[in-house]
Design a protein around this ligand. Structure first.
Ligand SMILES: Nc1ncnc2c1ncn2[C@@H]1O[C@H](COP(=O)(O)OP(=O)(O)OP(=O)(O)O)[C@@H](O)[C@H]1O
Ligand SMILES: [Mg+2]
Length: 145
């Protein structure tokens, strides 16, 4: 068996950073390529409050929320760690569905993600994205806490 392509799902949360570090470590060890994926979903950050929407709009304006720049940063970090083939994908839609679609389309051998993400209500061990990805993925999934 061989790991030739690893998908790392990144939302910018602390858990996803730890997941990225693990994915990058694995990719380097296995000489695998690393695919960094971010799915844009504005509702993820907003929740239900409209006050927060205003706050987030301002942060995007000021460049404090910039997912493209975030992916670039992780991309160069992976290269510095010795991963030779690093690429990024950013698309919109239902987060878990899009991660699963990319995993299929790109024929990845493993999906690495955090147990939880950006949400502040952390009652359960898993978030809805990690839960759904584990349930439906056709390849092994590594969950990093
Ligand atoms: N928008 C996203 N793009 C890429 N990966 C994501 C995205 N959102 C979550 N993930 C991945 O899924 C992991 C788990 O996040 P998840 O969203 O399931 O938890 P949560 O934010 O705590 O809970 P929830 O979103 O269900 O309220 C993250 O660490 C990250 O690896
Ligand atoms: Mg989330």
């Amino acid at each position: 068996m061989m790991l030739s392509k690893i998908l790392s799902a990144i939302d910018g949360s602390e858990a996803s950073k730890r997941a990225f570090e693990y994915a990058s470590f694995l990719a380097e060890k296995c000489n695998a390529s690393l695919l960094l994926v971010n799915i844009a979903d504005i509702f993820e950050r907003v929740g239900s409050s409209s006050k927060k929407l205003e706050e987030i709009a301002k942060k995007i304006e000021k460049g404090e929320i910039d997912d493209k720049a975030m992916l670039k940063k992780f991309e160069s970090q992976a290269r510095e760690q010795g991963v030779k083939d690093v690429s990024t994908i950013k698309q919109r839609g239902d987060i878990a569905e899009e991660i699963l679609k990319v995993a299929d389309k790109e024929k990845v051998d493993m999906i690495v993600l955090g147990s939880r993400g950006l949400s502040t209500a952390k009652v359960f061990l898993l978030g809805s994205v990690s839960h759904k990805v584990i349930q439906h993925a056709k390849c092994p999934v590594t969950v990093v806490r």
